[in-house]
Design a protein around this ligand. Structure first.
Ligand SMILES: Cc1cc2nc3c(=O)[nH]c(=O)nc-3n(C[C@H](O)[C@H](O)[C@H](O)COP(=O)(O)OP(=O)(O)OC[C@H]3O[C@@H](n4cnc5c(N)ncnc54)[C@H](O)[C@@H]3O)c2cc1C
Length: 482
């Protein structure tokens, strides 16, 4: 019966989107059959790839009529199980990949309108040609789509300056669970007309609607950047250095990344294209970047250095005097800057070359970071000897990526230690009232934790919203809420 229904649906999808854009059974491409890491298998009954909003709406309408669940599918880089389909659910995977047009770049209004399937990196290139910047940058930018980035409220290396996807989203076009199109695309900076449905959709991981297009904030690119890799005394010192730099530059920090010893050593050891910035590995480093706001800051002096570099040098000299900083290397060329960033952005790759890890993506109030990190370091030291990486992440956002394992053993060989690591992270989040998901969303991985840790009134309100917008539980069922 189900089989007949799915065959019939696939035929109707083909009539809407074209036969080439519907896959079924054995014809389903392997890239739709697991998550990005290849660790979670996925078994959609049908994959459909609409090419425009009207097609998404028509597909969704059919799914609503037949009570067929739908998973919006972007670049599949979400890592929390948000795009994974269970065979028994007979799910339609709706891929936005063909909806990849930039509809408009408005220079005067400093925004663009892009379809949900646009790859983030392509958006960077599209606006760069217009002398503008779309400041959402993270490791998966060559794979992740803007619809998926909004679905998880992604944010990466320069959230400290520009905010995460939510802060960059000015408007949305969404297909609802009933297959209607909700047009909230105008890029209004002020709009106080009732509930903020754009904000509600961002971060909802495909459980409330399918994002088909968005209006995105653009900014002028920094006229120049000054970048340094800095050995800091400890986490307190890093925090002080960050606040001191914000004060001295008028809030022009573009990135401030905390890099613990292990996350420095792994890329240096495993990645051929990364060169060690220091002769001796630091216990704790910061990769910091400031941007120039004025032409004077961006001017190149007789010695070939940018004026902004002198400002960074002066800040670091004072930080050295104050014993916040032990050593620093300022990038004197584009290649040196690229090397610092290759080290930071290559961590996941290097970690995978070493083996499997217990990974967490958590956040704290920024001023709580020193205490929270100290708590986790103490807890990890009691679990097993050897290096763990606790202090690693986007310091300005209070977002830490706790990548841990007993160094010389695969986590699968030591389940008790893995459990202890997870418990230590969770206990610290509870103690400091942090968040169990700062970037990658809830998906299926963190549902239980969210249910237990979220304020119960807020959790029930989320369930009411889901029931109101998707009464038949068709949009990404079994994700986020339990
Ligand atoms: C190497 C690497 C580095 C990363 N670094 C970061 C980082 O620094 N910061 C960060 O925040 N994240 C990071 N991520 C996570 C991930 O890239 C983001 O969550 C990403 O934005 C997801 O986009 P995607 O298109 O791949 O979405 P997918 O993985 O396809 O989907 C993610 C979720 O969004 C939903 N969804 C997808 N498209 C839509 C749509 N059009 N409408 C509604 N819902 C939709 C899906 O159903 C799913 O629940 C990283 C991932 C990798 C692999």
């Amino acid at each position: 019966m189900n089989e007949m229904r799915m065959t019939d649906l696939a035929t109707q999808f083909a009539a809407i989107c074209g036969t080439a854009n519907v896959q079924r059974g054995d014809s389903i491409d392997t890239r739709y059959q697991s998550d990005w890491l290849g660790t979670k298998e996925s078994a959609p009954a049908i994959v459909v790839r609409p090419g425009e909003t009207a097609e998404v709406a028509a597909v969704m309408k059919l799914c609503a009529e037949t009570r067929t669940p739908v998973i919006p599918f972007g670049g599949n880089s979400g890592l929390s199980g948000g795009t994974v389909a269970r065979a028994e659910d007979q799910v339609v995977l709706l891929s936005l990949e063909r909806m990849n047009k930039v509809r408009r770049i408005d220079r005067a209004g400093m925004y663009m309108v892009a379809e949900a399937g646009c790859i983030i990196q392509n958006l960077h290139q599209a606006v760069e040609a217009e002398g503008l910047m779309f400041p959402l940058v993270f490791g998966a930018k060559g794979t992740a789509q803007i619809g998926g980035a909004l679905g998880t409220n992604a944010g990466g290396l320069n959230v400290i300056r520009h905010g995460s996807a939510r802060a960059l989203c000015m408007g949305l076009e969404v297909v609802t669970a009933a297959g209607e199109v909700m047009d909230l695309l105008p890029a209004l900076k002020k709009n106080n007309t009732g509930y903020d449905l754009v904000n509600l959709m961002v971060g909802s991981e495909g459980t409330l609607g399918i994002i088909t297009a968005t209006s995105l904030k653009l900014v002028p690119p920094p006229l120049a950047q000054a970048t340094a890799m800095v050995k800091v005394r400890d986490v307190d010192a890093a925090l002080e250095l960050m606040n001191m730099t914000q004060a001295r530059t008028g809030g022009r920090i573009e990135a401030f990344e905390l890099i613990g010893r292990l996350m420095y050593e792994l890329p240096v050891t495993y990645l051929d294209h990364v060169t060690a910035p220091f002769d001796e590995a630091p216990d704790l480093a910061v990769l910091m970047e400031i941007g120039a706001a004025t032409k004077e800051d961006a001017e190149i002096g007789a010695d070939g250095t940018v004026a902004l570099e002198a400002q960074l040098e002066s800040i670091l000299a004072d930080a050295f005097e104050a014993e916040l900083v032990h050593d620093a290397v300022i990038a004197r060329s584009a290649a040196q800057r690229a090397n610092f960033w290759a080290l930071r952005e290559g961590t996941l790759d290097a970690m995978q070359k070493h083996g499997n890890w217990v990974m967490n993506d958590i956040s704290f109030q920024v001023s709580d970071l020193p205490g929270a990190i100290a708590d986790m370091e103490a807890a990890f030291a009691a679990i097993a000897p050897g290096p763990f990486c606790v202090a690693f992440g986007h310091m300005g956002d209070g977002n830490l990526h706790i990548n841990a394992r007993p160094y010389d053993r695969d986590p699968s060989e030591s389940p008790e230690e893995v459990k202890a690591i997870k418990d230590a992270v969770r206990d610290t989040v509870i103690k400091w009232r942090g968040s169990i998901s700062a970037e990658h969303g809830i998906g299926t991985d963190k549902q239980r934790d969210m249910k237990q840790l979220k304020d119960p009134v807020a959790y029930e309100m989320m369930k009411s919203i889901k029931a109101a917008l998707d009464p038949h539980n068709l949009l990404n069922p079994g994700k986020v809420l339990m």
